[in-house]
Unconditional design. Structure first.
Length: 116
């Protein structure tokens, strides 16, 4: 585990227990079985959807991007505000928002699979 991921465990303690799994050269962050964040190059990204993306956009935060062949891909994760890494209350708030987006995505995915 990286020192940064260990630090996130401490910062998000009031949010609740989190797990981290290695993936694609970084880490996925999980709470109650759902991925709500990812860490790439010691940068925290949090899950976003149409209900919470405005918080990230208001702060001018970038979406997570990666290259797949010749294409630049982005997924529903935004860089977390740097300030939350020094404020446990704000860290918990932003993590909760990301987790709620993960819950909504899981519910939507389950509803789609029932219709199929």
């Amino acid at each position: 585990m990286s020192e940064f991921v260990d630090y996130l465990h401490e910062m998000l303690e009031s949010f609740g227990p989190i797990g981290a799994r290695k993936m694609f050269g970084g880490y996925g962050l999980y709470h109650q079985g759902l991925m709500f964040g990812l860490v790439s190059r010691d940068t925290l990204y949090l899950k976003a959807d149409e209900e919470n993306a405005h918080h990230f956009e208001a702060e001018g935060l970038d979406k997570f991007e990666y290259r797949k062949g010749d294409k630049l891909m982005n997924i529903a994760y935004y860089r977390a505000p740097a300030e939350i890494l020094e404020d446990r209350e704000q860290a918990a708030l932003w993590a909760r928002r990301a987790y709620e987006a993960a819950l909504r995505a899981a519910k939507s995915k389950a509803a789609k699979s029932k219709r199929s």
